[in-house]
Design a protein around this ligand. Structure first.
Ligand code: XIL
Length: 299
C-alpha cells in the first residue's frame, strides 16, 4: 500500500494523527495529512479550556474546522477529550461538588451533542489514574469533589448523549502489563464490563522514550481486549524514532485482533509537543524518516 492509512486498512485498521486546526492552511502539512492518514484526533481543540472557557459558553469553532476537514477528506475523528484534569479552565475547579457534577454532565452532553454523528470514538475520561505504585485514581477536581464514581458517571452520561459513539478511557504509562497503574485501569475496565457500565475501548497513549515500547505491550493490549473492549494506540511518539521501536509498537497492535488502530501524536517532528525528541515519522521538511517505512512494512 502507498500510504499509512491504506496499509492499515488492509487489515481493517486505521492510521491516524493528531491535528492542529491552525496548521491546516500549511500545504506541506495538509498534503501529508490527506495522503497518509484516515483518522484525526484534534490535538487541543476539543479540550475543555477551548470548548467551554466560561461556564455555559461554548466555542466549537476550532474543532469544527478540523471536523469539516476530516469530512471533506474521508477521515474519521476521535474526540479528545471530555473529562480531564489538565487544560481545564479555572472556573471548573472553583465549583462546589453539586455544581461540578452538573457542569460535568452539561459539558459532556453539549459537546457530544454538537458533534453527534461525526465522531467515531470519544476519549470520555483522560488520565484519571495516578502514576507510581498506588493503582488508584489521581487527585483532581473531579476525583476530590465527586469521588471514585465520577468515571462511571461520565461514561453513563456520554452513552445517553450519543449512543452511536464508541466510548473510550485513555491514559499514558499503562503499556507495561505489570505496572500498578496498568493494573488499576485493568481492574476498572473489568469492573465496568462486568456491571454493564458503558465502555467500548481503551486508548494507550504510548508516549515512549528511546527504549521504545515495553516488552509486554502486546500482552497488555491482548489482556484488555479479552475483557471485551477494543484497544487503540492513541498518541504514539517515540524519542529519536528508531525504526525498530516503531516496528515493535505497530507489531504489538497488529497481532491483537481487537487493536483497531494507531494514531501518532503529530505529523512532522516540528509539529510535536516533544519536538526536541524528534519522535515522529516525518522530519521538519515533511520528508519520511526511516521509521516511516518501518511502520509501513509492519502494517
Ligand atoms: C498535549 C498537546 O500535544 C500540546 O499541544 C498541549 O500543549 C498539551 O497537551 N496526553 C494527552 C494529550 O492526552 O492531550 C496531550 O497533548 C499530551 C499528553
Amino acid at each position: 500500500a502507498g500510504s499509512l492509512g491504506a496499509a492499515a486498512a488492509q487489515s481493517g485498521r486505521y492510521f491516524g494523527t493528531a491535528v492542529a486546526a491552525s496548521k491546516l492552511g500549511n500545504s506541506t502539512y495538509s498534503t501529508i495529512l490527506d495522503r497518509e492518514f484516515n483518522m484525526i484526533t484534534p490535538e487541543n481543540e476539543m479540550k475543555w479550556d477551548t470548548t467551554e472557557p466560561s461556564r455555559g459558553s461554548f466555542n466549537f469553532g476550532p474543532a469544527d474546522q478540523i471536523v469539516s476537514h476530516a469530512a471533506a477528506h474521508g477521515q474519521k475523528m476521535r474526540g479528545h477529550t471530555l473529562v480531564w484534569y489538565q487544560q481545564l479552565p479555572g472556573w471548573v475547579s472553583g465549583l462546589s461538588a453539586s455544581d461540578l457534577q452538573s457542569a460535568m454532565d452539561n459539558h459532556i452532553t453539549q459537546e457530544m451533542t454538537h458533534f453527534k454523528g461525526r465522531i467515531y470514538a470519544w476519549d470520555v475520561v483522560n488520565e484519571a489514574f495516578a502514576d507510581g505504585g498506588s493503582g488508584q485514581h489521581r487527585s483532581s477536581p473531579f476525583q476530590d469533589k465527586l469521588g471514585n464514581g465520577f468515571i462511571e458517571h461520565a461514561f453513563r452520561t456520554a452513552r445517553s448523549a450519543d449512543p452511536a459513539a464508541k466510548l473510550c478511557y485513555n491514559d499514558y504509562n499503562i503499556e507495561n502489563w505489570t505496572d500498578a497503574k496498568t493494573q488499576g485501569v485493568y481492574a476498572m475496565v473489568k469492573d465496568f464490563t462486568s456491571r454493564g457500565v458503558p465502555i467500548d475501548c481503551v486508548g494507550f497513549q504510548s508516549h515512549f522514550g528511546t527504549g521504545g515500547p515495553p516488552a509486554s505491550f502486546q500482552t497488555t493490549l491482548s489482556n484488555f481486549a479479552a475483557l471485551g473492549v477494543d484497544v487503540q494506540i492513541t498518541e504514539l511518539d517515540i524519542a529519536q524514532a528508531s525504526a525498530t521501536n516503531y516496528a515493535s509498537t505497530v507489531n504489538a497492535c497488529v497481532h491483537v485482533s481487537r487493536c483497531t488502530g494507531i494514531t501518532v501524536w503529530g505529523i512532522r517532528d516540528s509539529d510535536s509537543w516533544r519536538s526536541g525528541d524528534n519522535p515522529l515519522l516525518f522530519d521538519g521538511n515533511g520528508n519520511p524518516k526511516s521509521a516511516y517505512s518501518s511502520v509501513l512494512n509492519a502494517l
